[in-house]
Design a protein around this ligand. Sequence first.
Ligand code: ADP
Ligand code: ZN
Length: 735
Amino acid sequence: MQQSNIKQGILLPDISLRVQVLVPYPVARAYDYSVSEGMTLSIGDYVRVSLGKKDTIGVVWSLAGDKKFDPARLKSVQQKYVCPSMPKVQRRFIEWVAKYTMADIGSVLKMSISVPDAFQPPKTAKAYTLTDNIPDKVSSNRKKVLDLLSDAVPRRAADIVREVGCSSAIIRAMASSEQLKSVPLSTPAPCLIDEVPANTLVFSESQKQAAESLTQLVAAKEYSTALLDGVTGAGKTEVYFEAIAETLRQGRQVLILLPEISLSSQFLDRFKRRFGIDPAIWHSEVSPAKRRMAWTGIAEGKTKVVVGARSALFLPYADLGLVIVDEEHDSSYKQEEGVLYHARDMAIVRAKLGNIPVVLVSATPALETMHNIKHGKYRYLHLPSRYAGAAMPEMRIIDLKSASPGRGQFLSPVLQQALMETLAVGEQSLLFLNRRGYAPLTLCRACGYRFQCPSCAAWLVEHRYHTRMQCHHCGYSRKIPKCCPECAVEDSLTACGPGVERIQEEVQAFLPEARTLILASDIVTSTKMINDAVHQIEDHKVDIIIGTQIVAKGHHFPSLTCVGVVDADLGLSGGDLRAGERTFQLLHQVSGRAGRGEKPGRVYIQTYMPTLPVICALAANDRDKFLEAEAEEREKAGLPPYGRLAALIVSGTDEGKLDLFCRTLAQKAPRFDDIRILGPVPAPMAFLRGKHRRRLLVKTEKSVALQKFLDVWLSSIKVPSTLQLKIDIDPQNFY
Ligand code: ADP
Ligand code: ZN
C-alpha cells in the first residue's frame, strides 16, 4: 500500500516512496515504480520489477519519481538484489554513451547487465567433509574416503571418486548415514592480486622512458590519454605491463581491451609470466559460469585485471584505475549492431568520467589518434625500433602486370620462388589473403549464370572445405550443385578469383612436401582452435600458413621469415574514406609477422597498382608521410577528423515505400550553411538480408552539435513501422 504524508494539513502522496528504474530494454528513459514499506532503495541498486507481462532486472536511476503519475497505479519494486550497486561513474557512462550514439539508454544498460545470472544467489557446488560420527568398522573403500578427507579439506563428490577410485554411490550412502556432511564450496573471484611481482626484463632506453612516463601517468591518478606508438615487436606490451603493475600497486582495477581475435593464449601466457596469475577474460565465447564469476568479482572490486573485447567496457568496475586499448586502430572496435559505438572512443570517455588514464597502443595508429597527438590532446610515447635491434623486414613490391602468375594461378613466380627457398632453409612462410573460402564467384561457362544470394546483392562464395556456397553477408548457404541451375549443363561451373582455400591448392600443387595450414574464421571457429593452430605453428609443424586477417594480429612466430600478400588491392576498391588507411594498417600488421626472431624477414606485396601512395608507403616503410598525405586529403574534403559525419541507414522490404520515405526525410532536414546532407542513395549493399537499403550522410563542420541537429530533424518525422532507421555517429563502414 502507498503511504501518504500530511503536510500543513494537506494530504500529499509521498513521492519519496517511488523511484525511477531503468530497465535493459529499448526504452528512452527510466520508469516510475512504487516502493513498498520496509524496502530502502538507493540510486544504483539493482532491483526486480515487472515490465509488461514479464519481470526484469533494472537499476534504480533516480529517487524522484514523476509526480503526475498516480502512485496507487504504479507497479511496485518486487525485490532488491543483494550485490554492490552500480557505481555512479558507470551510470554516467551509460547516459553518455546513449546520448552520443543516440541509442536508447535502456539498450546501453543492457550491455552492462549482460549476466542476469549474477543476480541470483550463487549456485555453490556441494563438497563433502567429515562429521563427528566416526564409525568403528567400515569397508575398505569407506576407509579410504575417510582417510582422504581427514585433512579437513572439503572435496566435491567427483573429486573424491577420482582420488579414491570408489563409486559415487558410496559417497551418497556415507552422507545418508551421516559419516559425511555436505558443505557449500564457493569459487573465488578470478584474478585476485595482492603482491605485484617486479619486472625482470632489462628494458631498452626507449622502453625505460616510455614505462616511466606511463607509471607517472598512473601515479597521478587523473585523466590522461597517451599513445604508445612503436613498430611491431618493439616491446610495447612489456612497457604497458609496467603501467598495469603501478595500478595494481594502488590496489585498483585494470581493463585491457583487445580486438576479440587477439585474445589468444599467447597474450594470456605473457600476462601470466609477468604477473603470475591469469587475468579475467571477457568475450563472446566465455562460458556463463565464468562470466558470472568475473562479473561479480569485478563489481566487488576483487578481480583486478580484465582482458576483454569491446563489451568489457560496460562491466561494473568497483574501482577502475587504468584502461589499455591495444591495437587501438583496429576497426573491430566499432560495434556495428545494436548500439553503434566505437570502443576506443568510449574508452576515452570512460577514462574521463572516472578521472583515470587510458593508454592507446598501436604500430599503426589511427589517423584520428595522430591528429589528436598533433594538437596536443594526447601524450606521445614512442618506441622507434624493434626490441634487441631486430631488423624490420625487407619489403618488395611485385607488379602483377609484369610478373604475372601462370594461367589459373594467383602467386607470381617471384613469390613462388621465395616460398620454395624459405621451405628449403627450414623456415616458415605466411600467405595473406583477406578472403575466406575457395572462390568469391562461381559462374556457368555454358550460359554465364552467376550464383547470387537470394537475400542480398552479393555473390555466393564457394567453400570447398565445407562443400557449400555461402553468402558472407547473411549466412545463407547451399550445396554446390553438379549442373547449372539455369541451363542444366553438367560440370559447367567454374570458380572465379581466389580465396584462401584456392591458394592452399595452388601451394600444394607446386610444393607438395610443404605442410600447409589455413587460418580463417570459418575453419578455426573457436579460441581453442586458434590456440591449437598457434601451437602447431610455434612447434613448427606447419611450413606455410595461409590466412585471412586473423593472422595479422599480435602473434609472435620466431621462425616465420617470409610473408606474401596475395592481393594488396583487395580493400582499396569502393568509396570508403578509410580504405587506404585500413589497407596500410592491415598490410603493415601482416608484414610485421615476418622476421620477429633472430632471422631477418622478407615481405612480398602483389599488386596491380604499384604506384599508389599506400603501396609506396608500405614499400618505403614510411607511415608518417602516408598519414600526412591522407590527412591533407581529408582536410580538403572536410572529412573526419576535420569534420564530422553521421550516417542514416533506412531499410525495408517495400522499395517504393522506402524511397518515398527517404525523399521525405531528406526534404524535412533543417537547412544550415555548415551542415550538408548527401543522399538518399542506394547503399553499396543495396539489398541485404531480404531488405532494401538506402543511405544518407550528414556532413558537418567540427563545431556542429551533430546529435542535437539530428534530434531536431528526426523528431519531426515518424518512421513507418515497416521501415527501420539506424543512426550511425562517426560511421566507420559505408556498406
Ligand atoms: P609489441 O607489443 O611492440 O609488438 P612485444 O611487447 O610483443 O612487442 O615484444 C616483442 C618480443 O620481444 C616479445 O617476445 C617480448 O617478450 C620481447 N621483449 C620485449 N622487450 C623485452 C625486453 N626488454 N627484454 C626481453 N625481451 C623483451
Ligand atoms: Zn545473403
